[in-house]
Design a protein around this ligand. Structure first.
Ligand code: HEC
Length: 153
């Protein structure tokens, strides 16, 4: 039993410091550069503007689903502040990005939600037109998602 125990200790000695270093490094990187903080504050602010303009009529200014248009919809708009909670604590960034850049109504197993609805607009073509092409449209969606993520409760 001497050999496995020794192997175990070696594994622990390697694994623990490495994970500690990795955690410390990523924490430091997140807190270090004030430009990152400013960039993400600006992204959230821009995303909030897009949200108020395009989403709040149905989802409400607070995102909880009670916008002025909501009462006339047969399917109530979703509470967008609980997306993360309803998705087992993970904000589904890629799924939402796919949904908000979709060119057509998608309804697949991977995206069973909003796309199929007659009442939830498709945003891909709208943003492409407003932003004059995909580069700014993608930036708009990234900002919108940064804002939505910041509103999760
Ligand atoms: C015309 C009303 C309307 C507008 C405007 C609207 N939505 Fe929706 N949205 C809905 C309705 C209704 C649902 C629920 C039914 C469904 O999922 O299709 C929904 C569902 C969603 C969902 C699915 C949430 C989930 O967890 O299942 C997301 C995400 C979403 N909307 C995001 C947005 C964003 C972002 C905008 C602005 C760019 C927006 N919506 C604008 C009506 C709207």
């Amino acid at each position: 039993m001497v050999v496995p125990a020794a192997a175990c200790i070696r594994v622990l000695m390697c694994a623990v410091p490495f994970s500690v270093i990795a955690a410390a490094a990523s924490g430091a990187a997140a807190a270090q550069d004030p430009r990152d903080e400013r960039a993400s504050a600006l992204a959230i602010q821009a995303g909030r503007d897009t949200f108020r303009q395009f989403c709040a009529p149905c989802h409400g200014v607070d995102g909880k689903g009670h916008g002025p248009v909501a009462p006339v919809l047969t399917t109530p708009p979703t509470d967008l502040t609980s997306v993360k909670r309803r998705n087992m604590g993970v904000f589904p960034l890629a799924t939402l990005e796919a949904m908000l850049t979709a060119a057509t109504r998608l309804q697949t197993a991977a995206h069973p939600m909003a796309h199929g609805s007659e009442q939830m607009p498709i945003w891909g073509p709208t943003f492409l037109a407003i932003d004059n092409g995909p580069t700014l449209a993608r930036a708009r969606v990234a900002n919108l998602l940064a804002y939505l993520e910041s509103t999760q409760q």
